[in-house]
Design a protein around this ligand. Sequence first.
Ligand code: PLP
Length: 631
Amino acid sequence: MSWNIEDARELYGVQRWGNGYFDINSDGDVVVQLRDGDSTVPVSLQKIIEGLADRGSAMPQLLRFRDLLDRRIEDLNESFLTAIKETSYQGSYRGVYPIKVNQQQQVIEEISEFGRKYNYGLEAGSKPELIAALAYMQDPNAYLICNGYKDDEFIDLALRAIQMGIRVIMVLEMPSELPAIIARSRALDIRPELGIRFRLSTKSEGHWAESGGDRSVFGLNSPQLIDAIDLLKSEGFLDCLTLFHYHQGSQLPNIRAIREAATEAVRVFVSLAQEGAPMEILDMGGGLAVDYDGSHSNFASSCNYSLKEYAANLIEVVQQHCDETNIPHPTLVTESGRAVVAYYSVLVFNILDVTRFSQPEEPAAPAKDAHDMLHNLWEIRNRIDRNDLQECFNDALFYRDQVRDLFRHGVIDLRARSAAEKIYWHVCTRIAAKAQLLDHIPEDLQTLQSNLIDFYYANFSVFQSLPDSWAIDQLFPIMPIHKLDTEPTHRAILADITCDCDGKVDRFINRDGTTTYLQVHDRQPGEEYNIAAFLVGAYQETLGDLHNLLGDPHVVSVGIEEGEIIYTHEVEGDSVADVLSYVEYDPKDLEKRFRNFAEKAVSKGKISAKQRKLIVDAYRNGLSGYTYYES
Ligand SMILES: *Cc1c(COP(=O)(O)O)cnc(C)c1O
């Protein structure tokens, strides 16, 4: 049976998690589907990388696809608009993008420009985010929703923006914010528009479930809510309360939990309207999930609903409860972040080196005069087809340990030990291959299979570029971006270049859940081999840290115009001097110190003045260079 592209699609599940944006072409390259005028064109990621290499830009690279961001904004808004039409819902939908999910200027600009036709707004959770958002709020019909802790400076800025005609809504996260807002509002003589964030009692599932529910640190509980209403009434501010907000947590995998929370929320919304507040907006927070593993299930890395179902379910729940109580249908807001930006970015990195454990090729036979133990090991090969596999494995282990003992006692030399270990790995590889055909694989042999997984050393930092993979074991789709017309015959985990034992990726998605290895192609020394992590546009870029002082990778936006790949918004990654200055070194001072050391070496006669120049130049080049491995 020969390998073909269909097998590659199936193995890596690209059509299950790719949402129609990613696929594999007949050359065996991963492609991204980008719009070019009225048509959609498959663009090879490998070709994009080659174009960057021609321009002298090294790996790793973070590729951004503005077109995918536009399509997500479109899909989110159109899904709600369609559901509204189909159910004759009387209110509208007006989403806001939560800046914290990806704060990059380009993202905010695209949201405000491309999102304009949907009155798509922004959510700010801190003072810096508010300040960034205010510069992009062109649309008087879009909302700027302010969550997070608000000091007087924050409140004043929000109030003055209202005066300018921006629809800023301050959401109370804590009881103490209300007296402060009332005081500033009186002082500036500007009426605020207010929302209240509530802690639902409905429990959710998933990694981030704690950010909703009774014990959530954010939002008012029901006694605090009633106190706030009473204060608004007694201070004459109840007419400012228009919005009710809750946030169940991020990446909610189960639509049932989403419906339950919405049901509780709409009950509270209706109660606030019945208290006399001019309730107009129901802000249902974030949580819309991304199907990272493509399983369409309620696993933490997936979701058991589509965007269309999400919109339809929320609208149905709100409509039903408002109709029962004769409350007008509110404008619906979601603060969907992850689902909007996850597809936008792809991280591509190259493989620098490989450590092999599997040994499919038969090694050299031991020399005639080699120690008996080597011959014993070698003989196991001939028994694998006849004998019990477990027995073969026990023997291999025994002889290998004997060989190690002989080495410790000085009976055999390092070359003999090395030859024996090669034979041992070869025997194990053959045993594991045979074991795979068994109905029941004994436990020892299962362990053996996992011990045969190779290390592929990848030119990136998990801590910088895939922090959630390390911190919370989140799964991302990861696969080679080329050579997919040939069969990937090896199994590997990816080790990054941070030399931290946590700096690795050893969980990958597959058909039946997860595996501890990635199926990869054989890679000969020096050969180019590129792998990508997909769906990294949400949260990964700014959560990353400078572990081992590896900095931001190069970033570039990629589009297509009249069939040609267009590179824009190139941002050079951190240089060594950049990351050193983040931790308070002064690059100029470093260079000066190094020069002085080199001068001392000259005066002691260790190096010549000419050699000093070479060394100092190398140091200076190192400072201005990329933090990643450059070849
Ligand atoms: C983080 C956050 C969001 C975004 O959640 P996603 O799951 O990315 O959609 C929305 N609202 C609030 C209040 C948040 O804290």
